[in-house]
Write a protein that binds this ligand. Sequence first.
Ligand code: ADP
Ligand code: MG
Length: 724
Amino acid sequence: MAKFRERALNEAASHTPARYFVEKGPVSSYFGENVFDLDKMKRYMSTKAYEAVVSAVRYGSRLDRSVADEIADGIRAWAVEKGCTHYTHLFQPLTGTTAEKHEAFVSVKNGYAVEQLKGSALVQQEPDASSFPNGGLRNTFEARGYSAWDPTSPVFILDGTLCVPSVFVAYTGEALDMKVPNIKSIQALSQAATPVARLFDDNVRSVRVNVGLEQEYFLVDEALYNARPDLVLCGRTVIGHTSAKDQQLEDHYFGAIPERVSAFMKDFETEAYKLGIQLETRHNEVAPNQFECAPLFSDVTTAIDQNMLLMIVMQKVAEKHHLKVIFHEKPFNGVNGSGKHCNWSMQTNTGINLLSPGKTPMKNLRFLTFFSCVLKAVYDHNFLLMTSVASLSNSFRLGGSEAPPAVMSVFSGSTLASVLDSIVSQKEMNDDAATADSIGIAKSIPEIILDNTDRNRTSPFAFTGNRFEFRAVGSSMNAAAATYVINSAVAEALTTFKAEVDALMAAGEEKDKAIVATIRKFVSESRNIMFEGNGYSREWAEEAARRGLKAITNVPDAYEIYKDPATIELFTKLGVLTESEIEARYEVLQETYVKKLQIEARVIGDICLNHVIPAAVSYQNLLVRNVRDLKEVYGDEYKTLCKSESETIRKISGFINALSEDVEALVEARKKANKEQNMAARAKMYSHEVAPIMDKVRYSADHLEMLVDDELWPLPKYRELLFF
Ligand code: ADP
Ligand code: MG
């Protein structure tokens, strides 16, 4: 067997299940021990400093420089006690990942070494920001970007390093990260939702967004992973014939978790618990070697911070287990890809879930108010919402009859759908409703008892009883790109809702009637987004087009929605993003798309020239030699004897020729695209001209994999990568 692959397979076989972080005692005894929470703050700070942090966390007040030193001192004391040597600002740049730059605590003065952390260093850092994408927001001569501590997210320890969750902004104050607009969108939503919630309860002071992120991922043995240049460099396999057995039997989903995997899961869960991440569920997913975990939902910034942290922790723990976690949305052709389902809901400061249908008609009126606003929000900005999760890697998954379709729709379940129907079909409220409002409402709004089993997994935006599940978010993404669009769109709809109710009331309408009338208006205006059927069917694709719902067929083309006046108005009106920040994001998205596809195109070319073609030629030579030998021994009779060999030789030649030509064409297409100076235009050339050639290259390479002797094939195959 090809030496490289053989070595990898032997090494993989030697990796046995083991646990590395076995903790004594129950989870509760070490939960959160690596987080500098309020309790620890009390212990390590003066009351004055403690109160300053609490007020920054609760009310977003600014931290005074005078207390910053003391806060930093307390944090440093705790961290050094726990064995930390370094600290870092951890932020979420526009690449969708996380970034960190470590600084040592130790400083030597007059020959004496002391550990120290100055308040100014805690609060603000200036990483060499010019290397982060900024979409032209910073010219290189003022390439300064600042990371600033976001005290609403607690500091924590990871791998002997104190991590300070931060926002990342340009010298000029513009956001260069995913977190800033998300925080602003939460404020916008609270501002818009609170007056609407107060229509039903005067005690409401604020509304928060809760999110629960389910994380899907693949696991691959480290030795096999390292033997696949495409997995190492692109996070996915750019070639590879499907395995004879993959997910046809559906025997992996919810099946028994293999011992090696379960040891890994227990270990990363232990580390996650220490970081205060409350993981709830773990199970196998549909594809072989695909798994999922989900924490308990929390407020949206915490949920996203913790998700980003969890991804880091999982990868670090995996190293100990000689595993690699693959977060790419579509690492393997032919089996399901991975998502990061985003469960989204709104909750008042009084603890009410605004998307929870109640038992009484009045509670249902509140529920239907918020439900109809989400419906309208998703309808009004359906393409923007879908585009918020569009990336090169997610494009291999969406619309592929395994993940949500690439066109937006909302699934509400049969009970709710019929309630909404009846609301819309009733043209006028019953007149006898005029007296006791609750009676009137009771007639028009039946009690809503939802059927828990009523689930539609083909819908991108499904109502699941007390929340919406946005299922199109990609597994490798920062979910903030999706949540700040949802938050903003819903904030806009709620503002309109309140304005319309106010207008009706000003015209003399009763409050409850005004509310019902507005719900009816919103639902009927947004009906085109509602779809209860099979989202994967051809009929739906056609129906969606008839309804004017646009599908994402091409990622760089979809990004044009960021230039749409409705998008710009949405974000700027709410103060979530300025026009130049939107423009910057658009540029970064296009540029990231180009860079990623460029890497993939190079990798597939290299693999074909350096691995696939040489292996195919070796095998071809072997066959040719055999034919020659047969001729020598059997004379003319050889023709019948080696009929099949000759056929194979011809097929192999055909694929080798096609492959060489296509790789050459790929290089040319790339060169041509790279000459284009405008990044958006270049992205379009990459997606329309480069990507299709990659498909052709893969076609030949995968056929060669089936023809060439397994002994000669240099790369680990799907059946080896996908099964433990
Ligand atoms: P399923 O796979 O059936 O969708 P999971 O248990 O895997 O369910 O994940 C559901 C996620 O939704 C969890 O993270 C859970 O905490 C979260 N969740 C539950 N209720 C809410 C809510 N009201 N708002 C936001 N997220 C929620
Ligand atoms: Mg789910």
